[in-house]
Every structure is written in structure tokens, then in C-alpha cells.
Ligand binder design. Structure first.
Ligand code: AMP
Length: 233
């Protein structure tokens, strides 16, 4: 065990980590990133959520990003990088975070590394959730969200108590524009094209850990925890 880790263990302090969670759309990375962030006591930064928030509020950034998102294409790097740079410079991200859906291109990964290097930091580990393409289709096509409180459901796997109504606030549930079949297919294609170089980049640094994303939410969470526990050895 390294000195910093040993000291952390002696003081009983939970170690904060800089973690990236990547995986194809519909791999469950959003759910898993939220769970992991809570467990580690660090914030989760989801570029998809942030972009949707900007789009909903109608900010300049959101208006630029919206058409790309609706088509299932990647939002241009400069927009995403500006947004992530702003967020990561906030105090709450100083000691660690779980990045969800970022970086998605090699240049995003390279800029992130540069940004962190300037602060004397680096990414600790990259978790890749591997899920079969048919499974990701099934997961995305049934996905429903509450436009008011953000709760998410799945018509087949995690339905709301009342058909198409949010359990928490009673609002009518909607399907995300990019969860419609044409956008889902486009997102899978884009992911296949872009993810290879990102995997190679982190694999080359010895940071990539592939985890099977098949199984229940609890099963996948425990696989993630096991993979992280191995890092501590
Ligand atoms: P997600 O919720 O992660 O599936 O992201 C939804 C959509 O937001 C994607 O299909 C892209 O249009 C956009 N997006 C999210 N993260 C990124 C990123 N890192 N780079 C470019 N576009 C992104």
C-alpha cells in the first residue's frame, strides 16, 4: 500500500478518486455513476445531463448543443470542453469526481489530461461498461423521464406505478428526443466510431478496466466496487 493510501487508511479517511465511467448509450452508466459518486462521497459530472440542463434553460450553450443531441450526434468538442472546464474548476470537484459520458473523443481525453496536469492531478481509473448492442437498444427504447423532477423510469424494467406518470411529482413522463429509434441507432454508431481511440488512449496508460454491464443494477454496482477494490491492493 502506498504512503498516501496508508495514511488515508490510518486516519479512517475515505479516499477521494478521479474516475471516468464510459460505455455505450444505454449501458446504464448514468445510474451506475450516480451510485458510485454517492458511495465515494464525490460529485458526479454527467455531460449529457449538463447539456440537457443548458438546453432546457435555453442558454446560449444549450441552444448550440440541442440540434446535435436531438440527432444523436456528438456535440462539438469546444462546447463540451468549455462546459466541463467551468465545472471542474469549482471547489466541490477539487478532491475527486465521477465523470459520466466524458470524455467521448480522443481530443476530449487529451484536453482533460492537460487541464488536470496544470493542477497537478490526473485521472485514477477508467471504467468501461460493456453491454451488447441489442441490450442497449432495449434499454434506451423503453426509457422515460420526468420533465419536472428528472426521475427516470423504464416502461419494461422499472415502470412507474401509474402508466406514464411520475411516482414523485405526478407529471406526465416523456421520452427523450434522442431515445427515439433513429437517434438511438445514430448514437450507437457514433459511439462505436469514437470510443475505440478513447479506450486505446487509457489502455495505453494502464488505466482502463472493462466491466460487464449485463445484469441487475445491484449486480453491476458490485462488479464496479470489486474492480475498484482491486485498485486499492
Ligand atoms: P448521454 O446522456 O451521456 O447519453 O448524452 C446525451 C447526448 O449529449 C449525446 O448523444 C451527445 O449528443 C451529447 N453529449 C454528452 N456527452 C458528450 C460528450 N462528452 N461529447 C459530445 N457530446 C456529448
Amino acid at each position: 500500500m502506498g504512503l498516501v493510501k496508508a495514511m488515508g487508511a490510518m486516519s479512517g479517511k475515505k479516499e477521494k478518486r478521479r474516475i471516468i465511467l464510459i460505455g455505450p448509450p444505454g449501458s446504464g452508466k448514468g445510474t451506475q455513476a450516480a451510485r458510485l459518486a454517492e458511495k465515494l462521497g464525490v460529485p458526479r459530472l454527467s455531460t449529457g445531463d449538463l447539456l440537457r440542463e443548458h438546453a432546457q434553460k435555453g442558454t446560449q450553450l444549450g441552444r448550440k448543443a440541442e440540434p446535435y443531441m436531438a440527432r444523436g450526434e456528438l456535440v462539438p468538442d469546444e462546447i463540451v470542453l468549455e462546459m466541463v472546464g467551468q465545472q471542474l474548476s469549482e471547489e466541490s470537484y477539487r478532491d475527486g469526481y465521477v465523470l459520466d459520458g466524458f470524455p467521448r473523443t480522443l481530443s476530449q481525453a487529451e484536453v482533460l489530461a492537460r487541464m488536470l496536469r496544470e493542477r497537478g492531478q490526473e485521472i485514477d481509473v477508467v471504467l468501461d461498461l460493456e453491454v451488447d448492442a441489442r441490450d442497449t437498444m432495449r434499454r434506451q427504447l423503453g426509457r422515460l423521464v420526468c420533465p419536472r423532477c428528472g426521475a427516470s423510469y423504464h416502461e419494461f424494467f422499472r415502470p412507474s406505478r401509474e402508466l406514464m406518470r411520475c411516482d414523485h411529482c405526478g407529471s406526465a413522463l416523456v421520452q427523450r428526443d434522442d431515445d427515439r429509434p433513429a437517434s438511438v441507432l445514430e448514437r450507437l454508431k457514433v459511439n462505436e466510431e469514437q470510443s475505440g481511440p478513447v479506450f486505446d488512449y487509457y489502455a495505453g496508460q494502464g488505466k482502463l478496466r472493462t466491466i460487464s454491464g449485463t445484469g441487475s443494477v445491484d449486480e453491476v454496482s458490485s462488479k464496479i466496487e470489486q474492480a475498484l477494490a482491486k485498485e486499492e491492493d
